[in-house]
Design a protein around this ligand. Structure first.
Ligand code: PBE
Length: 296
C-alpha cells in the first residue's frame, strides 16, 4: 500500500465515523435523554377517571410503550406539573382532553393515536334514570333537547379561569338565549318540581351541569347538583338515586361503566359531539404520534 492509498482509507474511515455520529444519531441520543429525564412516566389524573382507564389501555396497546408508567395523581396536580414543565421548557406527556382551557393558554399537541388506545372522537351524552320520562316528561324533554358545541363549553371553562364557575356559566347562558330557548321551546314550565342532576368533578362537567341547572331552574324546576366519580355516577343513575346527567363521555372514556350499568339507565344520546382525549405534549417536543415514543 502506498501513502496515497493509506490516506484515502483513513479519510474514508473518518467520514464513516462522521456519519455514525451524524445528525440522526445525535437526535436519537437527545431523544433518549429527553425520555430518561421524564423517567419514562406519563403524568395522569385521578385513578377513578375514564381517561386513566384509556391511558392504561393505551400502555397495553402500543409495544413501544413497554416499560412506561402512568403516574396517577389529581387533575390539579397534573396541571401544576404541566405548567412547571412549560415554564422550564422541559419534556412532559400528560393525559389530556378537549375541550380544555390548557389548549387556549399553551401551545400543545394531542399525539396521533393510530391504534385508537383512547378511541376515536368521543361524544358527551345525556342520560337519565329508568322511568324519568314517565315521572318528569317535561324535564326529560329539556334534557333530551340539550345540544351544544365544543366552543360553547370551552368558553365557559376558559372564562372560569378568571371568574367563579357560576358566573362564567351565567354569562354564557345570558349570551346564548337563542340556543337555550331551543331546548325549552314548547315545554310547560314547572311549579317547583325537584330534580337531582349528577355530575363529575372536572371543569368540562361543571360547565355542562351549571348550564343545565340554569336552564331547568329558569323553567321552574328545583335543581340539585351532586358531583361524584364516574363509577358512583353510573351506580346512582342505575339504582335511581339520581335523575339525570349530562356528563358521560362515550364510546370509550366511560365505556366500561356503560357496559356494566347501561341496561339499567336511559341514554338520551350525545349533547356535545367531537370531544377528544389522548396523550398531550407541549408543541416544543419532537414527537407527533404515540408511536414516536421510544420504549424504555
Ligand atoms: N375527563 C373529563 C373525565 C371525563 C371528563 C376526561 C377527565 C374522565 O376521564 O372520566
Amino acid at each position: 500500500m502506498n501513502k496515497t492509498t493509506i490516506k484515502l482509507v483513513s479519510l474514508a474511515s473518518v467520514s464513516l465515523l462522521m456519519a455514525a455520529c451524524g445528525n440522526d444519531d445525535t437526535a436519537a441520543e437527545a431523544d433518549t435523554t429527553v425520555f430518561e429525564e421524564m423517567d419514562y412516566t406519563i403524568t395522569g389524573i385521578e385513578p377513578g377517571s375514564g381517561i386513566t382507564e384509556s391511558a392504561r389501555n393505551t400502555l397495553d396497546t402500543y409495544d413501544n410503550l413497554e416499560g412506561w408508567e402512568l403516574q396517577e395523581s389529581s387533575t390539579g396536580g397534573m396541571m401544576v406539573e404541566l405548567q412547571q414543565a412549560i415554564e422550564n421548557e422541559e419534556p412532559i406527556i400528560i393525559t389530556g382532553w378537549q375541550p380544555h382551557y390548557i389548549f387556549e393558554i399553551y401551545d400543545l399537541k394531542i399525539l396521533e393515536d393510530p391504534k385508537e388506545g383512547f378511541g376515536a372522537a368521543e361524544n358527551i351524552h345525556t342520560m337519565t334514570r329508568t322511568g324519568l320520562a314517565e315521572d318528569m316528561p317535561d324535564a326529560t324533554a329539556i334534557l333530551d333537547n340539550f345540544a351544544w358545541e365544543t366552543e360553547d363549553m370551552q368558553q365557559i371553562v376558559l372564562d372560569a379561569q378568571d371568574v367563579p364557575f357560576e358566573e362564567a356559566a351565567q354569562t354564557w347562558y345570558d349570551e346564548n338565549q337563542d340556543l337555550v330557548s331551543e331546548w325549552t321551546d314548547g315545554v310547560p314550565e314547572s311549579d317547583g318540581q325537584e330534580i337531582d342532576l349528577i355530575s363529575m368533578p372536572w371543569d368540562t362537567e361543571r360547565a355542562s351541569a351549571h348550564v343545565m341547572s340554569l336552564t331547568l331552574e329558569n323553567h321552574g324546576f328545583d335543581v340539585n347538583v351532586t358531583s361524584v366519580d364516574p363509577s358512583v355516577l353510573f351506580q346512582a343513575l342505575a339504582i335511581g338515586e339520581a335523575d339525570a346527567t349530562v356528563t358521560p363521555w362515550l364510546p370509550m372514556t366511560h365505556g366500561a361503566f356503560m357496559e356494566e350499568y347501561g341496561d339499567d339507565l336511559v341514554d338520551l344520546g350525545p349533547n356535545l359531539p367531537g370531544a377528544k382525549s389522548g396523550l398531550v405534549v407541549p408543541a416544543y417536543m419532537d414527537i407527533d404520534s404515540i408511536e414516536d415514543i421510544p420504549a424504555k
